[in-house]
Design a protein around this ligand. Structure first.
Ligand code: CTP
Length: 153
């Protein structure tokens, strides 16, 4: 029987940490479902996204290790989703360690190590730093860009 893995997240400014997580999920099962947080839900969480929901969902859905994208609209939906989609494993990054243990009655709950040195928050910070450089000072801007590129290597 197919093993179904589910995860939840915002996936704004899709980056290598997101890709690594999705690849790990596919290695854990046959079918990967990703619940992408809607803009309204993010607003309620006090999270502001740069990329709108439809685009974030389309990007995640285009990744070859993702089988289905559903919207994440509330905290409470996890119990319903796990039952509705016959989920075997709930997996998420360990920044959420222990937060979803209540699902253990229904499925296996796994917290995965995050990829080091990358997050949407870091990318937004880098973008802000880059945009704060005066337009006329292009050579300095390119120096900063080179530093950012090295940060990501
Ligand atoms: N994730 C990860 N490694 C990273 C960043 C994120 O494994 N370096 C995982 C998270 O643990 C989560 C999923 O990717 O399970 C979606 O996380 P999301 O909150 O969308 O990404 P972040 O980069 O953590 O975003 P933010 O900085 O806004 O919290």
């Amino acid at each position: 029987m197919d093993k179904t893995v589910i995860t939840y997240g915002t996936f704004d400014m899709f980056h290598i940490g997101h890709l690594n997580l999705l690849r790990r999920l596919k290695a854990m099962g046959d079918r990967v479902i990703v619940a992408v947080s809607t803009d309204e839900f993010n607003q309620r969480k006090g999270k502001k996204t740069l990329i709108p929901y439809d685009q974030r969902a389309a990007i995640v859905g285009a990744i070859d290790c993702v089988d289905l994208v559903i919207p994440e609209e509330s905290w409470e939906q996890k119990l319903r989703d796990v039952k509705e989609h016959d989920v075997d494993v709930f997996a998420i990054g360990n920044d959420w360690q222990g937060k979803f243990d209540f699902l253990e009655d229904l499925c296996e709950v796994v917290y995965l190590p995050r990829t080091k040195d990358i997050s949407t928050t870091d990318l937004k910070r880098s973008l802000k730093r880059f945009l704060s450089i005066p337009q006329e000072d292009l050579s300095k801007a390119f120096e900063v860009l080179e530093l950012l590129r090295r940060d990501l290597e």
